[in-house]
Design a protein around this ligand. Structure first.
Ligand code: FAD
Ligand code: NAD
Length: 439
């Protein structure tokens, strides 16, 4: 879109109406008004002389285009051939010539900040300034530590917004680092680790804790829903690595997609096995100690949930962890959803993770419902008991409508997951309708 002026154009006090600091508007020749310029840009005429080709312009080349009939100007990193615009420029040719063959960003910011030159001179675009190889690698100036990242998952676009540390004009962006602008297949990237600090540790059940880790400054780690990371600790001199699935801090805090600000904290629900290798060591960490956290891995595809109406989550023990974010996502971001049912298998009542939160959530959101099934209940338990079985599954996997589009997630100890998937096939659910979280 061109920068078409509004009714109030030129705005009161704008450079088009008044001469500030002694600067005058020059009278334009007949047929050289803004509307004439707009007409010319829309005429399809080659205004750059490059037949639509965009080139990389070096500083040396820019300098050579410094005459009225061959005048290039760099504005905000983009180079324009402004010769065709000369006669249309309200400030006059001489003013434009002040930036001929040079970087005119400061000049334009000073005088024409309100003008959207990117669109006004779109048809005069010659190309981009070439990055100077002599500049040290990376950005040419410092940026602030806090930045924002926006991930638009359905198109695979990632916007990173960096703020300058000093509010000055940058002559160039510096030289891109190695692998800039290249896509590396995930399988070839390997895992990268960052050291995170333990911020808090809270008991959730008698043997399961909620760990909160803080990411190092300037780190952006976004773990896709249903994916896991690896935690790494040194145990008696050896590096031990185990997979864990990040969760939201609570089921009731509501789901927020990490759209702009980078998440500073990452949470894990982890069961401590007293005779285990890794978890007792993790449990011994003091607040302020560090643990390494890897980049994410996993094969769960959110696209599988598209158009799903009934979602069944079958979890056993800490196999509940991948269900947390799936559940949050389903209740907040799936307009097609009618029903989510969590069928949660545990040994005893004391082992049920976030029982109270699950019950509150079921009360709050009528689409959600949970069923606890215990394999080693106390005599007082009057709920369901047993292991995963055909009878239990056919009782609980009821569709909200006969032909509802359904999806099932299952996670827990390997024998539980294997047996569960086998039984789901027996119940005529297809592979496309099931995701098993496995090691
Ligand atoms: P281990 O040393 O592995 O021992 C665990 C238990 O098994 C102990 O009771 C031990 O005595 C017993 N054991 C060990 N070896 C044997 C053997 N050969 N025969 C019989 N018993 C044995 N866990 C969570 O708590 N939270 C999560 O979010 C989570 N996410 C996971 C995600 C993925 C993708 C996977 C694969 C696993 C996940 N786990 C999660 C499990 C986690 O990775 C560890 O397996 C778990 O924490 C145990 O680690 P450990 O080293 O402390 O125990
Ligand atoms: P647990 O020993 O407390 O058992 C929980 C329930 O699982 C039991 O009550 C029972 O109903 C069922 N179960 C256990 N053994 C079974 C068997 N042999 N056959 C059928 N059902 C069985 O569970 P836990 O100690 O919390 O272990 C959770 C498991 O989940 C771990 O093995 C962990 O690795 C796995 N996990 C996997 C992922 C993943 O993404 N792949 C994520 C988190 C946890």
């Amino acid at each position: 879109m061109l920068n078409v002026p509004s009714q109030a154009f030129p705005a009161p006090g704008s450079q088009q109406r008044v001469a500030s600091q002694g600067r005058s508007k020059v009278p334009l020749k007949q047929g050289r008004s803004l509307m004439d310029w707009i007409r010319l840009t829309k005429s399809g005429k080659d205004l750059t002389g490059l037949k639509g080709r965009l080139i990389e312009v070096t500083e040396e080349e820019l300098k050579t285009h410094n005459k009225k009939d061959d005048c290039w100007i760099c504005i905000r990193g983009l180079v324009y051939n402004v010769s065709p615009y000369m006669e249309y420029h309200p400030g006059g040719e001489d003013e434009l010539m002040r930036a001929a063959g040079a970087d005119g960003t400061d000049l334009f910011n000073e005088v024409h900040r309100w003008v959207n030159y990117e669109s006004m001179l779109k048809e005069c675009l010659v190309g981009r300034m070439a990055v100077k190889p002599a500049v040290p690698k990376g950005l040419s100036h410092e940026v602030q530590e806090n930045f924002s990242v926006r991930v638009i998952e359905n198109v695979g676009k990632v916007d990173i917004v960096l703020q300058k540390r000093e509010n000055i004009s940058w002559k160039c962006l510096g030289e891109p680092l190695e692998k800039h602008d290249s896509f590396i297949p995930k399988k070839d990237t390997g895992l990268s680790y960052r050291r995170c600090q333990l911020i808090s540790k809270e008991d959730v059940t008698h043997d399961t804790r909620l760990f909160c880790l803080m990411l190092p400054p300037s780190t952006h780690l976004q773990v896709p829903i249903g994916h896991h990371v690896y935690l790494k600790l040194s145990v008696t001199g050896a590096e031990i690595v185990k997979p864990y699935t990040p969760v939201s801090a609570s089921l009731l805090s509501g789901f927020r997609e990490p759209v702009s600000s980078p998440n500073k904290y990452i949470y894990f629900l982890i069961k401590i096995y007293p005779d285990g290798l890794f978890t007792p060591e993790l449990d011994r960490l003091q607040i302020g100690d560090c643990v390494s956290v890897s980049s994410p891995e996993g094969d769960f595809k959110l696209s599988k949930l598209q158009e799903v109406e009934d979602l069944f989550l079958l979890a056993a023990g800490t196999g509940f962890t991948p269900m947390v974010n799936v559940l949050n996502y389903a209740l907040t971001c799936m307009p097609s959803l009618r029903k989510v049912k969590l069928i949660f298998f545990n040994k005893t009542e004391d082992d049920i993770i976030w029982r109270c939160q699950l019950e509150k959530l079921a009360f709050k959101d009528k689409r959600f419902d949970t069923e606890f099934i215990l394999s080693a209940p106390s005599p007082e338990w009057n709920g369901k008991q047993g292991h995963v079985s055909p009878a239990l599954l056919s009782e609980f996997l009821q569709r909200s409508l006969e032909n509802s589009r359904v999806f099932l997630c299952i996670c827990g100890p390997t024998p539980f997951t294997d047996e569960g998937i086998r039984l789901l096939h027996d119940l005529n659910f297809s592979n496309d309708e099931i995701h098993g979280f496995t090691a």
